[in-house]
Design a protein around this ligand. Structure first.
Ligand SMILES: Cc1cc2nc3c(=O)[nH]c(=O)nc-3n(C[C@H](O)[C@H](O)[C@H](O)COP(=O)(O)OP(=O)(O)OC[C@H]3O[C@@H](n4cnc5c(N)ncnc54)[C@H](O)[C@@H]3O)c2cc1C
Length: 376
Protein backbone atom coordinates (compact mmCIF):
# COMPACT_ATOMS: atom_id res chain seq x y z
CA UNK A 1 0.00 0.00 0.00
CA UNK A 2 1.27 3.48 -0.70
CA UNK A 3 -0.40 6.84 -0.07
CA UNK A 4 0.59 10.37 -0.97
CA UNK A 5 -0.67 13.58 0.60
CA UNK A 6 0.33 17.18 1.20
CA UNK A 7 1.04 16.57 4.90
CA UNK A 8 2.18 13.43 6.72
CA UNK A 9 1.65 13.53 10.49
CA UNK A 10 3.43 10.84 12.49
CA UNK A 11 1.73 9.91 15.78
CA UNK A 12 -2.00 10.06 16.52
CA UNK A 13 -1.84 11.24 20.12
CA UNK A 14 -3.64 14.46 20.95
CA UNK A 15 -0.79 16.59 19.51
CA UNK A 16 -0.75 14.83 16.13
CA UNK A 17 -4.56 14.69 15.98
CA UNK A 18 -4.94 18.44 16.64
CA UNK A 19 -2.22 19.39 14.14
CA UNK A 20 -3.61 17.01 11.51
CA UNK A 21 -7.15 18.42 11.92
CA UNK A 22 -5.79 21.94 11.47
CA UNK A 23 -3.65 21.05 8.44
CA UNK A 24 -6.62 19.35 6.79
CA UNK A 25 -8.02 22.85 6.19
CA UNK A 26 -5.01 23.57 3.96
CA UNK A 27 -4.49 20.31 2.05
CA UNK A 28 -4.63 16.53 2.15
CA UNK A 29 -3.43 14.92 5.39
CA UNK A 30 -2.34 11.42 6.34
CA UNK A 31 -2.06 10.64 10.07
CA UNK A 32 -0.07 7.48 10.82
CA UNK A 33 -0.12 5.69 14.19
CA UNK A 34 1.82 2.58 15.20
CA UNK A 35 -0.73 1.30 17.74
CA UNK A 36 -4.10 -0.26 16.94
CA UNK A 37 -5.85 2.75 18.42
CA UNK A 38 -5.04 6.41 18.76
CA UNK A 39 -4.42 7.50 22.35
CA UNK A 40 -2.81 4.27 23.57
CA UNK A 41 0.21 6.13 24.98
CA UNK A 42 0.47 9.45 26.89
CA UNK A 43 -2.74 10.99 25.53
CA UNK A 44 -4.82 8.19 27.05
CA UNK A 45 -2.99 8.24 30.40
CA UNK A 46 -3.20 11.82 31.67
CA UNK A 47 -4.67 13.28 34.85
CA UNK A 48 -7.02 15.33 32.64
CA UNK A 49 -6.56 18.60 34.52
CA UNK A 50 -6.49 22.07 33.01
CA UNK A 51 -3.95 23.97 35.14
CA UNK A 52 -3.16 27.42 33.68
CA UNK A 53 -0.50 28.17 36.34
CA UNK A 54 1.67 25.22 35.35
CA UNK A 55 5.02 25.12 33.56
CA UNK A 56 7.35 27.76 32.06
CA UNK A 57 5.95 31.12 30.90
CA UNK A 58 5.71 30.14 27.21
CA UNK A 59 3.74 27.03 28.18
CA UNK A 60 1.28 29.14 30.17
CA UNK A 61 0.86 31.45 27.18
CA UNK A 62 -0.05 28.51 24.96
CA UNK A 63 -2.35 26.96 27.60
CA UNK A 64 -4.27 30.25 27.81
CA UNK A 65 -4.55 30.37 24.01
CA UNK A 66 -6.01 26.82 23.97
CA UNK A 67 -8.60 27.58 26.63
CA UNK A 68 -10.72 29.68 24.29
CA UNK A 69 -11.23 26.68 22.02
CA UNK A 70 -11.86 24.23 24.87
CA UNK A 71 -14.42 26.56 26.44
CA UNK A 72 -16.33 26.97 23.18
CA UNK A 73 -15.34 24.41 20.54
CA UNK A 74 -16.96 24.58 17.12
CA UNK A 75 -20.37 22.88 16.74
CA UNK A 76 -20.06 19.13 16.20
CA UNK A 77 -16.65 18.84 17.90
CA UNK A 78 -18.12 17.16 20.97
CA UNK A 79 -21.36 16.58 22.88
CA UNK A 80 -19.59 17.02 26.25
CA UNK A 81 -18.27 20.11 28.01
CA UNK A 82 -14.49 19.95 27.63
CA UNK A 83 -13.72 22.02 30.73
CA UNK A 84 -15.68 21.95 34.00
CA UNK A 85 -14.83 23.85 37.19
CA UNK A 86 -12.72 21.96 39.73
CA UNK A 87 -10.21 24.27 41.57
CA UNK A 88 -6.94 23.02 43.04
CA UNK A 89 -5.61 23.45 46.52
CA UNK A 90 -1.93 23.23 47.42
CA UNK A 91 -0.94 22.47 50.99
CA UNK A 92 2.50 22.33 52.57
CA UNK A 93 3.62 20.82 55.87
CA UNK A 94 5.55 22.70 58.57
CA UNK A 95 9.04 23.53 57.33
CA UNK A 96 7.92 24.14 53.73
CA UNK A 97 5.78 27.24 54.32
CA UNK A 98 7.84 29.39 51.92
CA UNK A 99 6.71 27.19 49.01
CA UNK A 100 3.27 28.83 49.17
CA UNK A 101 4.87 32.26 48.60
CA UNK A 102 6.73 30.80 45.60
CA UNK A 103 3.56 29.33 44.08
CA UNK A 104 1.60 32.54 44.62
CA UNK A 105 4.39 34.63 43.06
CA UNK A 106 4.61 32.32 40.03
CA UNK A 107 0.88 32.54 39.18
CA UNK A 108 0.14 34.48 36.01
CA UNK A 109 -1.61 37.84 36.61
CA UNK A 110 -4.84 36.66 34.86
CA UNK A 111 -5.07 33.55 37.07
CA UNK A 112 -3.98 34.57 40.59
CA UNK A 113 -3.94 32.18 43.56
CA UNK A 114 -5.35 33.03 46.95
CA UNK A 115 -4.01 31.97 50.32
CA UNK A 116 -6.45 30.06 52.52
CA UNK A 117 -6.08 29.05 56.15
CA UNK A 118 -5.25 25.45 57.08
CA UNK A 119 -8.76 25.13 58.55
CA UNK A 120 -10.33 26.33 55.29
CA UNK A 121 -8.12 23.83 53.41
CA UNK A 122 -9.39 20.96 55.55
CA UNK A 123 -12.96 22.13 55.14
CA UNK A 124 -12.61 22.11 51.34
CA UNK A 125 -10.81 18.76 51.43
CA UNK A 126 -12.01 16.89 54.55
CA UNK A 127 -9.70 13.98 53.72
CA UNK A 128 -6.63 16.04 54.73
CA UNK A 129 -5.11 15.49 58.14
CA UNK A 130 -5.05 18.85 59.87
CA UNK A 131 -1.49 18.27 61.15
CA UNK A 132 -0.26 17.83 57.55
CA UNK A 133 -1.23 21.40 56.65
CA UNK A 134 0.89 24.36 57.78
CA UNK A 135 -0.09 26.68 54.91
CA UNK A 136 -2.30 26.42 51.83
CA UNK A 137 -3.34 28.21 48.67
CA UNK A 138 -6.30 27.83 46.34
CA UNK A 139 -6.19 28.04 42.55
CA UNK A 140 -9.79 28.70 41.45
CA UNK A 141 -8.86 28.52 37.74
CA UNK A 142 -8.08 24.78 37.57
CA UNK A 143 -10.63 22.77 35.59
CA UNK A 144 -11.39 19.13 34.92
CA UNK A 145 -10.67 18.48 31.27
CA UNK A 146 -12.36 15.79 29.18
CA UNK A 147 -9.12 14.57 27.61
CA UNK A 148 -10.84 11.73 25.73
CA UNK A 149 -13.45 14.04 24.19
CA UNK A 150 -10.73 16.53 23.16
CA UNK A 151 -8.69 13.80 21.45
CA UNK A 152 -11.70 12.18 19.77
CA UNK A 153 -12.97 15.62 18.74
CA UNK A 154 -9.77 16.39 16.83
CA UNK A 155 -9.79 12.96 15.15
CA UNK A 156 -13.43 13.45 14.13
CA UNK A 157 -12.65 16.93 12.80
CA UNK A 158 -9.72 15.56 10.80
CA UNK A 159 -11.91 12.90 9.17
CA UNK A 160 -14.68 15.43 8.55
CA UNK A 161 -12.13 17.57 6.68
CA UNK A 162 -11.11 14.62 4.51
CA UNK A 163 -8.00 13.52 6.42
CA UNK A 164 -7.02 9.83 6.53
CA UNK A 165 -5.97 7.97 9.68
CA UNK A 166 -3.88 4.79 9.45
CA UNK A 167 -3.50 2.90 12.74
CA UNK A 168 -1.38 -0.23 13.31
CA UNK A 169 1.30 1.23 11.02
CA UNK A 170 4.65 1.62 12.74
CA UNK A 171 7.02 3.81 10.76
CA UNK A 172 10.54 2.38 10.76
CA UNK A 173 12.23 4.26 7.91
CA UNK A 174 12.03 7.86 6.73
CA UNK A 175 13.85 9.16 3.66
CA UNK A 176 13.82 12.37 1.65
CA UNK A 177 13.56 11.70 -2.08
CA UNK A 178 12.77 14.14 -4.87
CA UNK A 179 11.26 16.74 -2.52
CA UNK A 180 9.14 14.20 -0.60
CA UNK A 181 9.44 12.54 2.79
CA UNK A 182 8.81 8.84 2.27
CA UNK A 183 7.96 6.88 5.42
CA UNK A 184 7.92 3.08 5.37
CA UNK A 185 6.07 1.01 7.98
CA UNK A 186 6.67 -2.48 9.39
CA UNK A 187 3.98 -3.83 7.07
CA UNK A 188 5.78 -2.39 4.03
CA UNK A 189 3.28 0.44 3.43
CA UNK A 190 4.73 3.77 2.33
CA UNK A 191 3.41 7.27 2.99
CA UNK A 192 4.83 10.20 1.06
CA UNK A 193 4.43 13.95 1.52
CA UNK A 194 6.54 17.09 1.03
CA UNK A 195 5.98 18.02 4.70
CA UNK A 196 6.32 15.59 7.61
CA UNK A 197 5.17 16.49 11.14
CA UNK A 198 6.88 14.56 13.92
CA UNK A 199 4.26 14.19 16.67
CA UNK A 200 5.71 10.93 17.95
CA UNK A 201 5.47 11.74 21.68
CA UNK A 202 8.16 9.84 23.61
CA UNK A 203 9.49 8.48 20.28
CA UNK A 204 10.02 11.90 18.65
CA UNK A 205 13.82 11.72 18.87
CA UNK A 206 13.81 8.19 17.41
CA UNK A 207 11.65 9.44 14.53
CA UNK A 208 14.03 12.39 13.97
CA UNK A 209 16.97 10.01 13.91
CA UNK A 210 15.22 7.83 11.28
CA UNK A 211 15.16 10.97 9.13
CA UNK A 212 18.91 11.46 9.76
CA UNK A 213 18.47 14.39 12.18
CA UNK A 214 20.34 15.28 15.35
CA UNK A 215 18.40 14.57 18.57
CA UNK A 216 16.63 17.35 20.46
CA UNK A 217 17.52 15.67 23.78
CA UNK A 218 14.01 14.47 24.58
CA UNK A 219 13.72 12.59 27.90
CA UNK A 220 10.53 10.59 28.54
CA UNK A 221 9.69 10.57 32.27
CA UNK A 222 7.45 7.91 33.76
CA UNK A 223 4.62 8.93 36.10
CA UNK A 224 2.43 6.41 37.95
CA UNK A 225 -1.17 6.85 39.05
CA UNK A 226 -3.68 4.75 40.98
CA UNK A 227 -7.47 4.74 41.30
CA UNK A 228 -9.05 3.90 44.65
CA UNK A 229 -12.63 3.93 45.94
CA UNK A 230 -14.19 7.33 46.55
CA UNK A 231 -15.44 8.43 49.96
CA UNK A 232 -18.12 11.15 49.75
CA UNK A 233 -17.63 12.15 53.40
CA UNK A 234 -13.87 12.65 53.12
CA UNK A 235 -13.79 13.62 49.46
CA UNK A 236 -17.05 15.27 48.37
CA UNK A 237 -17.74 15.59 44.64
CA UNK A 238 -16.92 19.31 44.76
CA UNK A 239 -13.50 18.82 46.38
CA UNK A 240 -10.68 20.70 44.65
CA UNK A 241 -7.74 18.68 43.39
CA UNK A 242 -5.32 18.45 46.33
CA UNK A 243 -1.58 18.95 45.74
CA UNK A 244 1.20 18.45 48.24
CA UNK A 245 3.40 21.47 47.47
CA UNK A 246 6.40 19.93 49.21
CA UNK A 247 6.50 16.63 47.29
CA UNK A 248 4.28 17.20 44.20
CA UNK A 249 2.05 14.24 45.14
CA UNK A 250 -1.65 14.78 44.46
CA UNK A 251 -5.11 13.30 44.82
CA UNK A 252 -8.25 14.25 42.91
CA UNK A 253 -11.79 13.16 42.24
CA UNK A 254 -12.03 10.94 39.16
CA UNK A 255 -15.57 10.02 38.12
CA UNK A 256 -16.68 9.28 41.69
CA UNK A 257 -13.42 7.58 42.59
CA UNK A 258 -10.07 9.03 43.63
CA UNK A 259 -6.97 9.25 41.49
CA UNK A 260 -3.63 9.72 43.24
CA UNK A 261 -0.05 10.06 42.07
CA UNK A 262 3.31 10.91 43.63
CA UNK A 263 3.91 13.34 40.78
CA UNK A 264 6.99 11.21 40.01
CA UNK A 265 9.22 11.76 37.00
CA UNK A 266 11.51 8.77 36.41
CA UNK A 267 13.57 8.87 33.18
CA UNK A 268 12.59 6.02 30.85
CA UNK A 269 13.23 4.91 27.29
CA UNK A 270 10.20 5.38 25.02
CA UNK A 271 8.00 2.36 25.78
CA UNK A 272 4.59 1.09 26.88
CA UNK A 273 5.11 2.42 30.42
CA UNK A 274 3.83 0.20 33.24
CA UNK A 275 3.25 1.03 36.92
CA UNK A 276 5.86 -0.36 39.32
CA UNK A 277 4.87 -1.92 42.67
CA UNK A 278 7.21 0.34 44.64
CA UNK A 279 5.73 3.52 43.12
CA UNK A 280 2.19 2.33 43.91
CA UNK A 281 3.19 1.46 47.50
CA UNK A 282 4.68 4.94 47.89
CA UNK A 283 1.44 6.57 46.67
CA UNK A 284 -0.53 4.58 49.26
CA UNK A 285 1.99 5.54 51.95
CA UNK A 286 1.68 9.24 51.01
CA UNK A 287 -2.13 9.02 51.10
CA UNK A 288 -2.19 7.34 54.51
CA UNK A 289 0.29 9.79 56.06
CA UNK A 290 -1.43 12.94 54.77
CA UNK A 291 -5.10 11.99 54.63
CA UNK A 292 -7.69 10.07 56.67
CA UNK A 293 -8.13 7.59 53.82
CA UNK A 294 -7.40 3.92 54.38
CA UNK A 295 -6.52 2.26 51.09
CA UNK A 296 -8.07 -1.22 51.08
CA UNK A 297 -7.63 -1.91 47.40
CA UNK A 298 -6.08 -0.31 44.32
CA UNK A 299 -8.86 -0.62 41.74
CA UNK A 300 -6.75 0.38 38.78
CA UNK A 301 -3.26 1.69 38.12
CA UNK A 302 -1.31 2.95 35.14
CA UNK A 303 1.88 4.71 34.17
CA UNK A 304 2.50 7.11 31.33
CA UNK A 305 5.38 9.07 29.85
CA UNK A 306 5.73 12.85 29.99
CA UNK A 307 8.49 13.82 27.55
CA UNK A 308 10.61 16.91 28.10
CA UNK A 309 13.60 18.64 26.53
CA UNK A 310 16.05 20.44 28.84
CA UNK A 311 14.06 23.68 29.28
CA UNK A 312 10.70 21.87 29.65
CA UNK A 313 9.18 23.93 26.79
CA UNK A 314 7.66 22.24 23.71
CA UNK A 315 9.62 21.92 20.47
CA UNK A 316 7.62 23.33 17.56
CA UNK A 317 8.99 24.32 14.17
CA UNK A 318 10.84 23.22 11.04
CA UNK A 319 14.22 21.59 11.48
CA UNK A 320 16.95 23.88 10.13
CA UNK A 321 18.84 20.85 8.78
CA UNK A 322 16.06 19.14 6.81
CA UNK A 323 13.63 20.70 4.40
CA UNK A 324 9.98 20.03 5.24
CA UNK A 325 10.60 18.23 8.56
CA UNK A 326 8.49 19.81 11.33
CA UNK A 327 8.87 19.02 15.05
CA UNK A 328 5.84 18.93 17.37
CA UNK A 329 7.36 17.36 20.47
CA UNK A 330 8.24 17.83 24.14
CA UNK A 331 4.68 18.48 25.40
CA UNK A 332 5.71 17.17 28.84
CA UNK A 333 2.91 17.23 31.42
CA UNK A 334 0.78 19.73 29.54
CA UNK A 335 0.11 18.24 26.10
CA UNK A 336 -3.67 18.01 26.34
CA UNK A 337 -3.92 21.64 27.46
CA UNK A 338 -1.53 22.74 24.70
CA UNK A 339 -2.97 20.73 21.82
CA UNK A 340 -5.55 23.18 20.48
CA UNK A 341 -3.19 26.16 20.26
CA UNK A 342 -0.17 24.10 19.15
CA UNK A 343 -2.29 22.60 16.38
CA UNK A 344 -3.17 26.08 15.15
CA UNK A 345 0.45 27.22 15.48
CA UNK A 346 1.62 24.19 13.49
CA UNK A 347 -0.74 24.95 10.60
CA UNK A 348 0.08 28.64 10.61
CA UNK A 349 3.86 28.06 10.59
CA UNK A 350 3.68 25.39 7.90
CA UNK A 351 1.17 27.06 5.62
CA UNK A 352 1.90 30.78 6.08
CA UNK A 353 5.21 30.88 7.97
CA UNK A 354 3.62 33.10 10.61
CA UNK A 355 2.44 32.95 14.20
CA UNK A 356 -1.37 33.24 14.69
CA UNK A 357 -2.36 36.78 15.69
CA UNK A 358 -3.73 35.80 19.12
CA UNK A 359 -0.50 34.00 20.05
CA UNK A 360 1.54 36.98 18.85
CA UNK A 361 -0.65 39.30 20.92
CA UNK A 362 0.01 37.09 23.94
CA UNK A 363 3.74 37.65 23.37
CA UNK A 364 4.67 34.19 22.07
CA UNK A 365 8.33 34.10 20.99
CA UNK A 366 9.04 31.40 18.42
CA UNK A 367 12.71 31.20 19.45
CA UNK A 368 11.54 29.68 22.76
CA UNK A 369 10.04 26.74 20.85
CA UNK A 370 12.58 26.40 18.02
CA UNK A 371 14.18 22.96 17.55
CA UNK A 372 17.61 24.62 17.09
CA UNK A 373 17.64 25.83 20.73
CA UNK A 374 17.73 22.20 21.91
CA UNK A 375 21.03 21.56 20.17
CA UNK A 376 22.97 24.33 21.90
C1 LIG B 1 0.28 10.54 34.48
C2 LIG B 1 0.17 11.68 33.51
C3 LIG B 1 -0.60 12.78 33.85
C4 LIG B 1 -0.75 13.83 32.94
N1 LIG B 1 -1.60 14.85 33.24
C5 LIG B 1 -1.85 15.82 32.33
C6 LIG B 1 -2.82 16.82 32.59
O1 LIG B 1 -3.46 16.80 33.64
N2 LIG B 1 -3.02 17.78 31.63
C7 LIG B 1 -2.33 17.80 30.44
O2 LIG B 1 -2.55 18.69 29.62
N3 LIG B 1 -1.39 16.85 30.19
C8 LIG B 1 -1.14 15.87 31.09
N4 LIG B 1 -0.22 14.90 30.82
C9 LIG B 1 0.61 15.05 29.62
C10 LIG B 1 -0.10 14.63 28.35
O3 LIG B 1 -0.72 13.38 28.53
C11 LIG B 1 0.94 14.58 27.22
O4 LIG B 1 1.68 15.78 27.16
C12 LIG B 1 0.25 14.38 25.87
O5 LIG B 1 -0.62 13.29 25.90
C13 LIG B 1 1.29 14.20 24.77
O6 LIG B 1 0.59 13.91 23.59
P1 LIG B 1 1.37 13.47 22.29
O7 LIG B 1 0.37 13.34 21.22
O8 LIG B 1 2.52 14.40 22.08
O9 LIG B 1 2.01 12.05 22.68
P2 LIG B 1 1.33 10.59 22.62
O10 LIG B 1 -0.04 10.60 23.13
O11 LIG B 1 2.29 9.65 23.28
O12 LIG B 1 1.26 10.30 21.07
C14 LIG B 1 2.40 9.98 20.30
C15 LIG B 1 1.98 8.87 19.36
O13 LIG B 1 3.02 8.62 18.42
C16 LIG B 1 2.94 7.26 18.10
N5 LIG B 1 4.21 6.82 17.49
C17 LIG B 1 5.44 6.84 18.05
N6 LIG B 1 6.35 6.34 17.20
C18 LIG B 1 5.70 6.03 16.06
C19 LIG B 1 6.12 5.44 14.83
N7 LIG B 1 7.39 5.09 14.61
N8 LIG B 1 5.17 5.24 13.87
C20 LIG B 1 3.88 5.59 14.08
N9 LIG B 1 3.43 6.13 15.25
C21 LIG B 1 4.34 6.34 16.22
C22 LIG B 1 2.70 6.59 19.44
O14 LIG B 1 2.17 5.29 19.33
C23 LIG B 1 1.74 7.57 20.11
O15 LIG B 1 0.38 7.19 19.94
C24 LIG B 1 -0.05 13.82 31.69
C25 LIG B 1 0.74 12.72 31.36
C26 LIG B 1 0.84 11.66 32.25
C27 LIG B 1 1.66 10.47 31.85
Amino acid sequence: MSAASDYLVIGAGVSGAAAAAELAQAGSVTLVEMEERAGYHSSGRSAALYTPNYGPAVVRTIIAASAEFYRAPMPGFTDHPLLTPRQAMTFVPAGSEAKIDEYMAMATPETPLQEISPDQACKLAPLLRREAVARASLDPHVMDMDAGAIHQGFLKLLKHRGGKVFTDHRITRIEREAGLWRATTTSGATFAAPIAVNAGGAWADEIGQMAGLKPIGLVPMRRTAIIIAGDPALAPATMPAVDDGATEAYVKIDAGRLMASLGDATPSPPCDAQPEDLDMAMIVDWLERNTHLTVKRIEHSWAGLRSFVADHCPVVGFDDDAEGFFWLAGQGGYGIMLAAALGRLTRSLIVRNEVPADLLARGLKLAELAPARCRG
